[in-house]
Design a protein around this ligand. Structure first.
Ligand SMILES: [Zn+2]
Length: 179
């Protein structure tokens, strides 16, 4: 399976209300490493920068989930993202080992540059696709590209399995009450 677009992967770092996969710099670096173009700038992020990225992530997740019909639109969150996207000025591109890499202007804060880039990626996704949907898992906040019409879960071994267990125990309960 292809990896999800970066905006979705970023939103999915909070997979449920209580589960944030980028709470420490070690976790953040592990998340950014599979994106070689962002790796260098990503490793320059400090604790304050990570706080900014996590709040941008919450806004991106709200925006994408509201587009997928899973959450109410929050105008403040959208406004913050647009403000961030419009402030994009310190973007630079360097070629490293034949590959384009997000580079930092001398006065640029790494987290801001990455947050701007990921915000743009989210806006691109909203405006030009590919279409995406939200996982049907009860507590799950994950999104994925609607590559197959029958796909309902981010991961059928996790959310799909939980739903099967729930259906099974509901049926068992009903059988007990009616029997
Ligand atoms: Zn899920």
């Amino acid at each position: 399976m292809l990896p999800e677009p970066v905006a979705i992967a970023f939103a999915n770092t909070r997979s449920s209300a209580g589960k944030d996969r980028i709470t420490t710099l070690v976790q953040w670096r592990a998340w950014v490493d599979p994106w070689p173009g962002l790796r260098r700038a990503g490793h320059a992020v400090d604790d304050d920068g990570l706080a900014l990225l996590r709040s941008t992530r919450d806004d991106v997740q709200m925006l994408l989930r509201s587009a997928a019909g899973k959450e109410h639109r929050e105008p403040e969150a959208t406004g913050r993202l647009l403000e961030l996207a419009r402030s994009m000025s310190s973007l630079d591109l360097r070629w490293r080992d034949g590959r384009p890499t997000l580079a930092l202007a001398p006065d640029a804060a790494p987290a801001t540059v990455i947050a701007q880039h990921l915000t743009h990626a989210a806006l691109d996704l909203l405006l030009t696709g590919p279409p995406f949907v939200a996982c049907e898992g009860l507590e799950c906040r994950k999104l994925f590209v609607a590559s197959r019409p029958d796909r309902r879960w981010c991961d059928s071994a996790v959310c799909g399995n939980r739903a099967r267990v729930r259906t099974h125990s509901n049926r068992a309960r009903q059988a007990r009450t009616s029997g």
